[in-house]
Ligand binder design. Structure first.
Ligand SMILES: *Cc1c(COP(=O)(O)O)cnc(C)c1O
Length: 375
């Protein structure tokens, strides 16, 4: 079955009692027991499980091809729960240009708590191999990466990690299961910030983990989800489920526009470099064809000059909104280094663009007038 059909089927089960074709939102925090003190269903208390969250988790299992899924109140809460399932003394490998919040959690929260970690260039297999130790439990990949759009070879990294006895996690927020299914590429766990494409309208914070196996490790993370309670509200779960229905259409439309925008920017005299997996000059073209169904709708652009020039450029935009985050129907642009702070390795002349559902011609006209005013 094709992705779009699966997305509708997975999020659309008419309510057996009322026939309502849209899933109800179950706001109840608690569930009544019968006279024999038994619960009628699998639900007891909403932090541990509730029907609206379960509906989202089941849909995510289908779309990512996993065996279990856990929803959280943000992408960072999902990442946090996964690291909390490790033990002090364990070691984590994380890519050099992962989403800045992932290594920030390792440094600020989990390092004091006893985890060690190494940042490594995931395209340098010798370096990855050399950084895998006996206590390495997790290899954390993110592809395409944020904000440099570099591609990690998930099949090769999974082989290296599995030989060393480590689990492979892939942050699939940017690719979405429309373009890439990490579990099919031998990864063990998929992480999402559902705040982005999965919900798709910049109106809900959420995160999720999808597991290839419902094994002891998955059970441990589920226990942490229920005990620590960093869970999404039923309404937020419902919003993400609704977003999933249009995910395929949105991602394909946004991607076609992103390609047109990248083609326009690439070769513009005011632009030094465009980072977009859909351009012929992207260094990982072969790999993109091997593991992705398309280059996605995120791109990064380095203007000629420094931070001031990059900020002056986006300051001239009229249609595209200057804001952090990505994956919504409205195009967003940001000077990434300002957001990441003084420790950032992101080039100062780089801006990151999340292409929305506006018409390509209008976006290109806006970018063109802003670039013209740079001189
Ligand atoms: C936004 C984002 C996160 C963090 O998710 P939140 O929902 O903001 O907590 C993690 N990884 C990637 C790639 C992201 O874009």
């Amino acid at each position: 079955m094709q992705f779009d059909t699966m997305a509708i089927l997975a999020t659309h089960q008419p309510d057996p009692i009322t026939g309502a074709v849209v899933q109800p939102i179950h706001l109840a925090t608690t569930f009544a027991r019968n006279a024999a003190n038994e619960l009628p269903g699998p639900y007891g208390y909403a932090r541990v499980n509730n029907p609206t969250r379960e509906a989202l988790e089941k849909a995510l299992i289908t779309l990512e091809g996993g065996a279990a899924s856990l929803a959280f109140g943000s992408g960072q809460a999902a990442t946090m729960a996964l690291f909390q399932a490790l033990r002090p003394g364990d070691h984590v490998l994380v890519g050099t240009d992962a989403y800045y919040g992932t290594p920030a959690l390792l440094e600020e929260v989990f390092h004091p708590w006893g985890l060690t970690y190494t940042r490594v260039d995931m395209s340098n297999f010798d370096a990855v191999q050399a950084s895998l130790h006996e206590n390495t439990r997790v290899v954390w990949c993110e592809t395409p990466s944020n904000p440099m759009l570099s591609i990690t070879d998930l099949l090769t990294i999974s082989r290296l990690a599995h030989e060393a006895g480590a689990l492979v996690v892939c942050d699939n927020t940017w690719a979405t299961p429309v373009l890439q299914r990490p579990i099919d590429l031998n990864c063990d766990i998929v992480m999402h910030s559902t705040t982005k494409y999965l919900s798709g309208h910049s109106d809900v914070l959420g995160g999720a983990l999808i597991f290839k196996r419902d094994d002891e490790f998955t059970k441990r993370v589920r226990q942490i989800q229920g005990l620590s309670g960093a869970v999404p509200s039923p309404f937020d779960c419902w919003l993400v489920s609704r977003g999933l229905k249009t995910l395929g259409v949105r991602v394909r439309a946004q991607m076609a526009t992103a390609q047109a925008v990248a083609d326009f920017l690439d070769g513009h005299p005011a632009i030094q470099r465009v980072h977009y997996p859909g351009l012929a000059n992207h260094p990982d073209r072969a790999l993109i064809h091997q593991q992705m169904n398309g280059p996605g709708a995120m791109l990064s652009v380095q203007v000629h000059g420094g931070a001031d020039d990059a900020i002056r450029f986006i300051g001239q935009l009229k249609l595209i909104t200057r804001a952090t985050s990505l994956g919504g129907v409205e195009s967003l642009i940001e000077h990434r280094a300002s957001v990441e702070g003084p420790a950032t390795k992101t080039p100062q002349n780089l801006v990151r663009l999340s292409v929305g559902l506006e018409h390509a011609e209008d976006l290109i006209a806006d970018l063109a007038q802003a670039l013209d005013r740079l001189h």
